[in-house]
Structure formats: structure tokens, C-alpha cells
Write a protein that binds this ligand. Structure first.
Ligand SMILES: [Zn+2]
Length: 299
């Protein structure tokens, strides 16, 4: 039996924000990105739906070590000390000692940090399986190829299932809610590199995936279109931020200018979606239905 599932971790009580992939094959159970510490209860519940406990898991594969992807790992290892944790070499030290990572995240999120991400416990070195990229992992009868895909983070990897042709891309292909065509980049500090990122997008495209699995959130079934659109948006954000920087604004003013431009792009997108026409069509639909109902009860 080879199966995979998307587990919605219901982050901060909201559906379709952070998703974990459950990969099952011949009694080998693995998670790709178990999510933050704050959604451990939800993770347990979602596993239960598949009649699994943490003790039934064999491996956790991390695309990268950011809190929203990897935060729960240490707690899961405490619960199941046999878990193998796959992580890129450049991220491994932070899993063993997350102090520095938590320190820099704390500066960004401040008092919100605990509520958003919960605890990030360290992982014993012995549980780690260090990746460089280029490996093929055997998970039961399933094989997963590891691709080094820096850009969003210097230690980001993508996992590719060559049989199902699914690429588990973490945050490399942006944020896009399953079923919605809009894609938003996520470009947090400290190691964004647009050049590396574009090369990573090329490498993913060369795999000719049938589907992408995005942590935020779910599957994208038109990988080629998705990757092209994402590349354009990332390019645009690169140019936009350079242009704002050239104005020599105060940091807070620059953030506001960036926010305004992105919001304007979003409303342009809404404009292109011809919302007004959509509203008129739906309004007419509801009106027609009400009229038909009134006629029915009158006749
Ligand atoms: Zn993320």
C-alpha cells in the first residue's frame, strides 16, 4: 500500500494555512514538515483520522527548519525517540540547538511568538539524518529524491516522488491556497537569495512534476503555470523592493510603501477578476431562484 494525504493543522484555528504531508508505504509512515509546536494537538487528531499514533511514525522530512514547518519536531522525537529526522546539513545545527533560531524569530514576532508557534524543542543529534541534496531516500517501497532548493532559506530542500510525480516544495513555490490561482511570495530574513531561488525553480520545473505540494497550502495541479507565475511575481517583488530602497526611506516608511504596493497589486488582481461582473451574475442567480420559488408557491 502506497498512499499520501494532506493533513490540515488548522493553524491559529484557521483551516488551510499550514499543511503536513503524510506519506505511507508498506508500514513506513513519514511526515513532510510536521508544522509548529502550537499545532501538535491538531497533528495528533489528524493522524488519528488515519488510525496512526506518533509511535507509528518512522520519519520526519523537513523541507527547512522555519518554525511553521519544523517547530513540532523535537516534541515528536520526545514522544517517539526512534524517529529519523531528515534535514539539510545547513539547518542541522539549529535543530540540535534552536536557541539562535528562536532568538531571531523572537525579534520578528515578539510576544506573539508563543501563541503562533508554541515550543520548539531541540532534537538529539542521533536522530538526525543529514542531507546535502541529490540523495534518494527509501521510505518503505516508496522512493523520494532530495533536491537542494535554496532561495527562501539557505538550507531548503524539495522532496520529489518520481512515481507519483509530486514535488513537495515547502515554501520554494510561494503561498497559494489549493484551488485558488493567486500566489504570494514569502521572503522572510535572513537568507533570501533571488538568484538561488530562480535556479531552484528551474530545478523543480526540470523534474516535470504532475503536482506541487505547498505547505501553505495544499496541491497545485498546474505546476508549469504555477512556477512561471511565481517566478514573475518574485521578480516583481525583487524590483519593487529595490525601487523602494532607492528612495532612502526610514524602515517603517519603507515597510508601509511595500505594503501599499503589494495591496495595490492585489486589488489589481481583484480588478482583473472582474468582481463586479461576478457579483452581478450571482446577484441575478439568487434573484432568479427567489422568483422561481415565489412562482412555485403561488401556483
Ligand atoms: Zn512556511
Amino acid at each position: 500500500m502506497v498512499a499520501s494525504a494532506l493533513l490540515d493543522l488548522n493553524w491559529t484555528g484557521q483551516a488551510r494555512c499550514i499543511g503536513t504531508a503524510l506519506l505511507r508505504s508498506d508500514n513506513f509512515n513519514a511526515l513532510i514538515d510536521p508544522g509548529p509546536g502550537s499545532t501538535l494537538t491538531a497533528l495528533h487528531e489528524r493522524l488519528e483520522v488515519h488510525r496512526l499514533r506518533v509511535a507509528d511514525l518512522n520519519a520526519i522530512l523537513l523541507t527547512h527548519i522555519h518554525l511553521d514547518h519544523a517547530g513540532a519536531t523535537g516534541a515528536l522525537v520526545q514522544e517517539n525517540p526512534a524517529l529519523q529526522i531528515y534535514v539539510h546539513a545547513r539547518g542541522a545545527a539549529h535543530m540540535i540547538d534552536p536557541a539562535k533560531l528562536l532568538d531571531s524569530a523572537g525579534r520578528l514576532y515578539r510576544q506573539e511568538m508563543q501563541k503562533l508557534f508554541g515550543d520548539f524543542l531541540p532534537v538529539p543529534e542521533g536522530n538526525l539524518r543529514i542531507l546535502q541534496g541529490g540523495e534518494t531516500l527509501a521510505l518503505g517501497s516508496r522512493e523520494l529524491r532530495v533536491l537542494y532548493t535554496p532561495g527562501h532559506a539557505s538550507h531548503h530542500v524539495t522532496y520529489f516522488d518520481p512515481k507519483e510525480r509530486v514535488a513537495y516544495v515547502g515554501d520554494t513555490a510561494g503561498i497559494s491556497i489549493e484551488g485558488h490561482p493567486f500566489i504570494l511570495p514569502a521572503t522572510p530574513p535572513p537568507d533570501i537569495s533571488l538568484e538561488l531561488w530562480f535556479a531552484s525553480l528551474d530545478a523543480i520545473a526540470q523534474l516535470r512534476p504532475r503536482r506541487l505540494f505547498l505547505t501553505h497550502f495544499g496541491y497545485s495541479d498546474q505546476p508549469e503555470r504555477h512556477l512561471t507565475a511565481y517566478r514573475e511575481r518574485l521578480q516583481r517583488w525583487g524590483e519593487l523592493s529595490a525601487e523602494i530602497l532607492s528612495r532612502g526611506l526610514e524602515q517603517s516608511e519603507a515597510v508601509r510603501a511595500f505594503g501599499r504596493s503589494v495591496a495595490a497589486e492585489l486589488s489589481h488582481y481583484v480588478f482583473n477578476g472582474a468582481l463586479q461582473l461576478s457579483w452581478l451574475g450571482l446577484e441575478r442567480y439568487h434573484r432568479k431562484r427567489a422568483e422561481a420559488k415565489a412562482k412555485e408557491s403561488a401556483g
